[in-house]
Structures are given as structure tokens and as C-alpha cells.
Design a protein around this ligand. Structure first.
Ligand SMILES: N[C@@H](CCC(=O)N[C@@H](CS)C(=O)NCC(=O)O)C(=O)O
Length: 250
């Protein structure tokens, strides 16, 4: 019997969410080993040299990096297609994915979500007010204006739902956890786009488990997620004390 795919990572990570949304949309069976990256044990360190999530384990194959994993899933499970057929459009969609992973990762995850949520709960640290001011006053408006300029008046930028929509929406979902929503008056296309994509059933199914993770102390998350019906692996890669990875900006 073939084993379901294993995804190592937290339901609250946008990079993990991107992979889980693809699996949901493609109807591929999977299990999650739900660790917050700083709490990965030695096996996690072996699977993830940068100590980052997500990791995908498919039999003997272990893959790192959400974009590498999503590309693998698209090629292994081509239906429904989530990368545009046309070569130039496909490249444009990949650029928006990369923009989300790098720029939205820097601003929404490291400067906003980690300052307001992870900094307190994992490292017991208060947010840096100067970082937050720059994030709200400069970085987020610049990002929202750029994205607004990339969007059509109506509908999705590539017609059908694509990796670009999924990637960007995954980060704005974390912005919601940090209580940030772009101003719909100032950036109406962006606001409508994010609402449409986050209303997709694949996002909605995951949102239930995200809420459980968000309101449960880290050490109790596995039990709480199991009780909520999340598809967890038997294998746990959790350690008690947090450890910083080589790429950590916390
Ligand atoms: N390029 C990676 C980035 C993954 C990433 O930054 N994951 C975060 C969780 S949101 C992480 O593991 N952070 C821990 C760290 O960097 O030490 C990807 O696309 O998968």
C-alpha cells in the first residue's frame, strides 16, 4: 500500500499552507507532522538542512522549499493544472509566487507576524515599535500598491486559479492573524482578490485547523489538532526547547 505524503510543518506557516492548498486542490492524500520550525528535533534537522518548514516526504524522497515542493506536486499530479499553460504566463505566475515568498515573507512574516505573534509566544520578546512603524507606514503600502497594479479589474490574474493566487493569499492569511487587512478603499482589486481566494474551499478547510493551532500553546497543538480531526502523522518531530535555524531572522 502506498503511504500518504508527509508534510512537516505548522498550519500557521504560509509556506506550509501553500503546499497543503495544492494537495487539497489536487485531492492527494497526505499527513501532517505539525511542528513549529524552531521546535524540530534531530530528525527534523536531518530532513531540513535550513531547519525550515515545509518539508515533503514521499517514500525515500525528502524535498525542501515550498516552491520546489509545489512544482513537484504539479508534475506528479497534473490535475487540476495550477500553473498557466502558456510559457510566458507561467513565468509571470512564478514571479508572483517568488515575490510572495521573498518580499511578503520578509514583511508579513518576519516584520509583522513574527514581531506580533511568534516573538512573544516563542521567544518571550516584545515587538520592536520602529520595525512595526516602518512595516505599516512604508512596506505594506508599497506591497499593496504593487499588487494592485498587477491585477485585472475583475477576476483572477491568470483566469483560472493558479499558484500566483494561492501564494499571495497564503501570506495575507497570516496578515489577518496579525490583524492587518489592506485598505479596501485604497486597494480595491487586491482586497477583492484576497477575499475570493481565501473563500476557496481548500483554504476554508485548512482555516479550521489554523484556528486550533493559533489558540493552543505549542506543546499542546498536536493533541488539539488530532481532537479537531486534522490528518496528522503518527511520527512527531517535536522537541521541547526552541532552537534557531541557520536562516532565522528572529
Ligand atoms: N523558501 C522557503 C522558506 C520557508 C520558511 O521561511 N519557513 C519558515 C516558517 S514560516 C521557517 O521555517 N522559519 C524558521 C527559520 O527560518 O529559522 C520555502 O519557500 O519553503
Amino acid at each position: 500500500m502506498t503511504q500518504p505524503l508527509l508534510i512537516v510543518g505548522s498550519y500557521l506557516s504560509p509556506y506550509v499552507r501553500k503546499v497543503l492548498v495544492l494537495l487539497e486542490l489536487k485531492g492527494v492524500p497526505y499527513r501532517v507532522a505539525p511542528i513549529v520550525p524552531f521546535f524540530g528535533d534531530e530528525d527534523f534537522g536531518r530532513l531540513s538542512p535550513l531547519r525550515q518548514v515545509p518539508v515533503l516526504v514521499d517514500g525515500d524522497l525528502a524535498l525542501n522549499d515550498s516552491s520546489v515542493i509545489c512544482q513537484y506536486l504539479e508534475e506528479r499530479y497534473p490535475e487540476p493544472r495550477l500553473y498557466p499553460q502558456d510559457i510566458a504566463r507561467r513565468a509571470q505566475a512564478r514571479w508572483l509566487e517568488e515575490y510572495a515568498d521573498s518580499r511578503l515573507g520578509q514583511v508579513i512574516i518576519w516584520q509583522l507576524f513574527n514581531q506580533l505573534v511568534i516573538g512573544r509566544s516563542v521567544w518571550g520578546r516584545e515587538p520592536d515599535q520602529e520595525v512595526l512603524r516602518r512595516t505599516y507606514d512604508e512596506d505594506l503600502p508599497e506591497i499593496c500598491s504593487y499588487l494592485e497594479g498587477q491585477l485585472p479589474e475583475q477576476g483572477l490574474p491568470f483566469g483560472e486559479l493558479s499558484i500566483a493566487d494561492i501564494s499571495v493569499a497564503c501570506f495575507f492569511r497570516n496578515a489577518q492573524f496579525a490583524r492587518y487587512r489592506g485598505d479596501a478603499q485604497r486597494w480595491p482589486r487586491l482586497a477583492a482578490w484576497i477575499d475570493t481566494v481565501l473563500a476557496e474551499p481548500a483554504f476554508v478547510r485548512l482555516a479550521a485547523f489554523e484556528m486550533v493551532a493559533a489558540r493552543t500553546p505549542i506543546a499542546e497543538q498536536r493533541a488539539a489538532l488530532l481532537a479537531a480531526g486534522a490528518p496528522l502523522s503518527e511520527r512527531s518531530l517535536f522537541r521541547d526547547e526552541p532552537v534557531r535555524g541557520p536562516m532565522s531572522r528572529c
